[in-house]
Design a protein around this ligand. Structure first.
Ligand code: NDP
Length: 280
């Protein structure tokens, strides 16, 4: 039976470290969160980020823009935030309404304030291993893996999913720690067989209960990034928790696994951004 990795506890410890450093060194840090439209899930995420800022002593600035916001209006706001000395980090909550070009919006954020690490400059820096911030969700997954005491070096790591925000950077972070990494996607052949090779298996698919016990090696560390809302309103991961937890050595639950880590890393990145900018 697997040990459950407690994302709430690990994330709470990170937020406490951020809070203590901010208080001890009297650091002024600010995060601007921009939300466009009325997506209920995005609202929940934004509120959670606001609460985490309050806890850490980071000033949060929220910009809730109407669904019909134009590119011009959004880019103008980003320019203003880029120039605002009280704002160290800028986060634009995704997804954006259809008329807005997400890529162009991300590229407009100053790389120094891009605490999500989605900007091309930051993605490139991560690729070559010379970065200030790591993308929040994959970095959170790495912290959870570290919390197990399992060393990534030399391990077979399989990531299911190759999105720019989760799968690809996750693979890169595992590679930085000397894992032997395989990235799977919808065109992968013999997926179950590939997954069964994994000492560390990360699922970022977006399909409820996708990873079943027959895809998991005995004793694997299983990290479930998926957040899927079922018809009954309950949240569920990409991993069939009940059966996979019988086989894995460590497993993250949903909720309470990767989710809270994403926000904790965001707080850490905002503190890093503030320190860099305050030193300039
Ligand atoms: P995307 O939809 O962008 O990517 C999903 C990936 O899964 C794609 O690469 C896709 O392959 C792959 N995939 C889909 N079907 C299959 C299949 N049958 N076999 C193998 N691979 C498949 O999702 P995201 O990366 O943005 O998110 C993934 C999950 O993580 C979602 O549930 C999301 O809600 C959650 N998430 C959670 C966060 C957190 O804080 N915990 C943060 C961000 C996301 P292909 O590229 O070929 O289409």
């Amino acid at each position: 039976m697997a040990q459950i990795i407690d994302g709430k506890a690990v994330s709470a410890a990170i937020k406490e470290q951020v809070r203590d450093e901010i208080a001890r060194d009297n650091i002024k840090a600010g995060l601007a969160v921009v939300i466009v439209g009325n997506d209920p899930a995005s609202r929940v995420y934004v509120n959670n980020k606001k609460k985490a800022c309050e806890f850490c002593g980071i000033k949060s600035f929220e910009y809730a823009l109407p669904e019909e916001t134009t590119m011009e209006q959004l880019l103008e706001l980003i320019d203003t935030l880029n120039a605002d000395k009280n704002v160290n980090g800028i986060l634009v909550q995704l997804p954006l309404p259809k008329q807005l070009d997400e890529k162009a919006v991300i590229e407009r954020i100053s790389p120094k304030k891009d605490v999500d690490a989605f900007h091309e400059t930051n993605v490139g820096k991560i690729m070559i291993g010379n970065y200030s911030f790591l993308p929040c969700t994959p970095a959170g997954c790495m912290e959870l893996i570290h919390s197990t005491g399992v060393d990534v070096a030399g391990k077979e790591c399989v990531v299911i999913g190759r999105s720019n925000i989760v799968g690809k950077p996750m693979a890169m972070l595992l590679l930085h720690e000397n894992g032997t990494v395989t990235v799977c996607h919808s065109k992968t052949k013999n997926l179950a067989e590939v997954c069964r090779r994994a000492d560390i298996l990360v699922a970022a698919v977006g399909k409820p209960n996708f990873v079943t016990a027959d895809m998991v090696k005995e004793g694997a560390v299983v990290i479930d990034v998926g957040i899927n809302r079922l018809e009954n309103g309950k949240l569920c991961g990409d991993v069939k928790f009940d059966e996979v937890s019988e086989k894995a050595s460590f497993i993250t639950p949903v909720p309470g696994g990767v989710g809270p880590m994403t926000i904790a890393t965001l707080m850490k990145n905002t503190l890093t951004a503030a320190k860099i900018q305050n030193d300039e």
